[in-house]
Ligand binder design. Sequence first.
Ligand code: NBY
Length: 839
Amino acid sequence: SGQSDSMDVQTGPQIEDDRTGFSIETLRRAIADNLYYIQGKFPEIATQYDYYMALAYTVRDRILHRWINTVKTYREQDVKVVCYLSAEYLPGPHLGNNLVNLGIYPQVEQAVRASGLDLNALLAEEEEPGLGNGGLGRLAACYMDSLATLEIPAIGYGIRYEYGIFDQEIRDGWQVEITDKWLRLGNPWEIPRPENAVDVKFGGYTESYTDDQGHYRVRWVPHQVVKGVPYDTPISGYRVNTTNTLRLWKAEAPESFDFQAFNLGDYYGAVDTKITSENLTKVLYPNDEPIQGKQLRLEQQYFFVSCSLQNLLKIHLLREDPLETFADKFAIQLNDTHPAIGIAELMRLLVDEYLINWEIAWDITQEAFAFTNHTLLPEALETWSLELFGRLLPRHLEIIYEINQRFLDQVRLKYLGNTDKLAQLSLLDERRGKRIRMAHLACVGSHAINGVAALHTELLKTGVLRDFYELWPEKFSNKTNGVTPRRWMVLINPRLTQLISRNIGESWIKQLDDLRQLAPLANDPSFCHEWRQVKRAVKQDLADYIQTTQGLTINPDSIYDVQAKRFHEYKRQHLNVLHIVTLYNRIKHNPEIEMTPRTFIFGGKAAPGYRMAKLIIKLITAVGDAVNQDPDVCDRIKIVFMPDFNVTNSQRIYPAADLSEQISTAGKEASGTGNMKFSMNGALTIGTLDGANIEIREAVGAENFYLFGLTAQEVADLKASSYNPRAYYDSNAALREALDLISSGYFSHGDGSLFQPLVEGLLHHDPYLVLADYQSYIDCQDSVGQAFQDQETWTRTAILNVARIGKFSSDRAIREYCQDIWHVDPVHIKLEEYVQAKA
Ligand code: NBY
């Protein structure tokens, strides 16, 4: 398995090294050593967390060996490197994933048992780095996994937030936010590299000067300087030696500034600088839409992008490559517009600091950058006011003016006299105060632009980016998202993994299309029986967990109907609630009614300032309180809200789901990635023709997918023809009854006002067409309920879903990025004997 390429060459008696060996005894001794020498503890006083740390360091040592060989090889071979720029990463807990990738899960399990411990208990001790909001941050993590597994040289650059996404608690049915102190007990997976710190400038002014050769130059005199310190985390690949780097930047005060203040006797000023500097990377903004006008957010973006680009230039020059070849050595991917300031920053570095002329610098920049868009909601496109931007980044504002002027000159040639086109394409939005459009900057400065699902890319071309598509159709391509099967199948669903591998071997873990070999087994009764047993066991696990954590009893034979994702009106968790209330009304009207038992499981966070999203959470818990207790219901319906949906908690949920709710208004969800995780674990999908749902349905077959709702085109048409939600209410008795029950105060102790904003919003505005899709959704859910009665057919359908889901591996997505956008090739990493490596 490539664990020790050159070790077998050695002859003679051999004791495995404590830091590289894989035998159970060596691992056991390494854990004991690390407990003693790293944690400074002995068994009598060691906590589970101490043992987790000891084990984490044991695994890290094995990874380090591969990591160092990887870095060495990249240096020596002068390879082209992918640089993924993302303000967010949600890697999830590292330990279990690294055990899977290294192929030492069984050995470590035994070594831990030999130490009198339980591996699952130790795994549960890890605090996950919640350095992202949702899909966008998790996508970055899946892509880092696939890059390493495909042996592609890559660096992920981001921000080391001291506080990640808040922990969610539910109190009295409402979301309460708790600060996420994930670094409190230390982080064994990161290595600080203070020697590679860089300075980042902010504020001040620019001035021009003439250099020795008589060239006109600009110098930026900043008001403040912040130091960026990199913290590196190894990203292992699956059963390969390749171990890439996730480099996250922490902001600190630069020493020189402190000294200045101290010398002047300004102690408070010095400490103050330190505090303001460190504030920069203190906390992740918990919004999954741009935050209007928050200076600190722009500071975060510029900070990590400047650190990263300075770092790349340093690497490039260390290799003694000329600057002109920069784009041959680095492919820089912008994960949404959050790092788009990088385009102006690379121009500044090349033109002002490295004295390259503008045209050459611009060619390098355009060739290096590529841009991924993740949203279709026009209100979610990032813009910055000129005033704020110019105050913080005066030189970048000048550079953006220059980029814009040259760009618009080009546009003018193409669209003679068409001033509307100029205004539409400009990097500056001249309406509603002057603002910089970051998506326009990203498009102009990149050689490639992509959406994240086929429909999304098509809608970009005809919607928010249509003018750019008209100008440069060749820049556009689709890259449908994918997720890593290592974490989302192998790690989280060992039962299913073993069943699959016992039948078709293990190749699917790296070649997910090989799951196709399962298709014939869908007709094999004994395989189907085993599949059902696996599902049943996994559902029992979740039932046990819910019993222990919430004291709620759920029925593992009921349909687990799951909606787990951020709370957003366009994702329509409230449509799901209307279905629940409709079923409840049916029971109240006819207590004897036949109904397939269902457990509705919700999970997800709302942005702290998003009132409607928080009210929808309250509605779910309120309906749950009423329905779960009602003796008439007789356990036919149960509602569970799983608090604090994050990577760790999601890992219990995906494997247990029977039904995956992907019910966004068509044309609003760029792709979705949870939809893929559910399908991979054998859930059937109920969904609209939105995002990647469309491609999932195509892949698994229309007959194996529960489709409902308006199409994106029908949504657009209905909105254009003055949609009247009230008419649906008036003409649909069940819908009316459901909404009336909510307004009546039935779920709010008689308080008829609590859910008014929600109900009134639906009746009078309903921007996401909940009422228009209601009946179609109910009908579809009724057929789901029917279908679940026939377990044989249901299981067959689930197996076919898994057999045909191969396309949605992030390996496929990354291969497409490599071929079409980055033009990078795999680099095989051989392991040197580590004693030699050290010498
Ligand atoms: O990106 C999500 C999309 O909604 C989803 O459809 C897609 O599958 C996924 C991956 O492509 N977008 C998303 O998660 N966005 C954010 O989390 C986000 C975070 C911060 C900001 C904007 C969006 N921000 O402006 O600060």
